[in-house]
Design a protein around this ligand. Structure first.
Ligand code: PLP
Length: 400
């Protein structure tokens, strides 16, 4: 008998338990409701589902395989570790799954411009790719500091034809890019659409992005069954905003025997200010139009968070994760910068797979856990992206 029986989430107002919602001005609420309505319409249209399915297959290269990491498992001498290879997708990560969905929705709604912010440039590249494919103008706001740091992604966005807007105000990083993109969006929210990069922000974005990403878990559950004749004992994914994790977890929520673990960055240590463990150390509050766990300073400002993986340093987290934590259905654990680097190098040298630093957090957790188990046990890790983008940084850091 199942003790968990999750039906459709969120409720019609966008709440997952007490989390989520739409903490936005009334004029924006009307626009968000319109987006929700359009989304609910197209998700039921066979033409939309067929087009999305065709693109996921022929353009992204889905289904991504599940790979049994035999040498890594043998080396650790415990549980068998499997990898869901989102790193093999076109553009090298899971983000393309929801960017395609968002771009198709924008086109269906007759929007004239897709706007977004990007930090390290991963969301920017995936979105610029999807917009080039669908044929809709795309404008990405990026802090000047990040532009200088993330040269390859900046170049890619330009080549892909998106308009890149450098942001010099404030600290010229992600938060200022969000503010700047939002100002542009508010100039004409009827004709523009803001494409959010994770399962965060006001309703309906946490739901929509999750739905577009849930292809990961749907494939993985079937693939694992076909391979092993049973479900995995553990499934795990890194959690920044939480989209690749929700993408894997959703299909397994009603499988009581599957232990689900989200891995947050402990950075330089949970006892230092330099981490980004929102669900582990944050508290319920509000950020970016939603109620969720937030890492805040004593005077209620979002903390300047840290992770070696720039895709994970966000002081909020998707509302559905907050709800699943409260219910006890998903456990949240952490991996430090150091464990992440070790996992990055180990997977590279034992399996010939260079993982993204973000994904390396989930690999690090799996490596730690596997050693406490036996080969009858299985762990499925979502390898959310490839590490080409991180190779120079890691080589520098380790003096290679
Ligand atoms: C952006 C990114 C993440 C973090 O985003 P989530 O919404 O938490 O999934 C993780 N892995 C990779 C490779 C990314 O590019």
């Amino acid at each position: 008998m199942s003790s968990f029986d999750f039906g459709p989430m969120p409720d019609t107002a966008g709440f997952f338990g007490q989390f989520g919602g739409q903490i936005i001005p009334p004029e924006l609420k009307a626009i968000m409701d319109e987006i929700d309505q359009a989304y609910e319409e197209i998700r039921k249209m066979p033409e939309f589902q067929n087009e999305l399915q065709m693109l996921l297959t022929d353009y992204v290269g889905r289904p991504s395989p599940i790979y049994y990491a035999r040498r890594l498992s043998d080396k650790l001498g415990g549980a068998k570790i499997f990898l869901k290879r989102e790193d093999l997708n076109h553009t090298g990560a899971h983000k393309i799954n929801h960017c395609l969905g968002e771009a198709l929705l924008a086109k269906y709604m007759g929007k004239t411009k897709v706007i977004a912010e990007t930090g390290a440039g991963q969301h920017g590249v995936a979105l610029a790719t999807a917009c080039a494919l669908v044929g809709i103008p795309c404008e990405i706001h990026m802090g000047q500091v990040d532009i200088e740091k993330e040269h390859p992604n900046v170049t890619k966005m330009k080549i892909l034809g998106c308009k890149l807007v450098p942001v010099t105000q404030g600290t010229a990083t992600l938060k200022d890019a969000v503010d700047s993109a939002f100002v542009e969006y508010l100039k004409d929210p009827v004709n523009y659409i803001y494409a959010i990069g994770s399962v965060v922000g006001p309703h309906p974005f946490p739901k929509m992005v999750r739905d577009f990403q849930s292809v990961i878990g749907k494939e993985a559950r079937q693939q694992f069954m076909d391979k092993e004749g049973k479900l995995p004992d553990f499934i795990t994914a890194c959690v920044g905003g939480g989209s690749n994790a929700m993408g894997l977890f959703t299909e397994f929520l009603n499988d009581d025997d599957v232990t689900i673990v989200g891995v947050e960055p402990a950075g330089k240590g949970l006892d230092t200010p330099d981490h980004s463990a929102t669900l582990t150390l944050g508290k319920p509050s509000e950020i970016h139009g939603m109620k969720c766990y937030v890492l805040e300073t004593d005077n209620g400002e979002p903390m300047p968070v840290h992770s070696i993986a720039s895709g994970l340093d966000y002081p909020g987290v998707g509302p559905q994760h907050c709800y699943l934590k409260e219910l006890g259905r998903v456990q949240y654990d952490t991996a430090s910068d150091e464990e992440c680097l070790n996992a990055f190098m180990t997977l590279s040298q034992v399996e010939g797979i260079i993982p993204a630093l973000e994904s390396s957090h989930a690999v690090a957790w799996a490596m730690r856990k596997a050693q406490t188990l036996t080969p009858e046990h299985t762990i499925l890790v979502n390898l959310s992206g490839r590490g080409d983008k991180d190779a120079d940084y890691v080589a520098n850091k380790l003096g290679l």
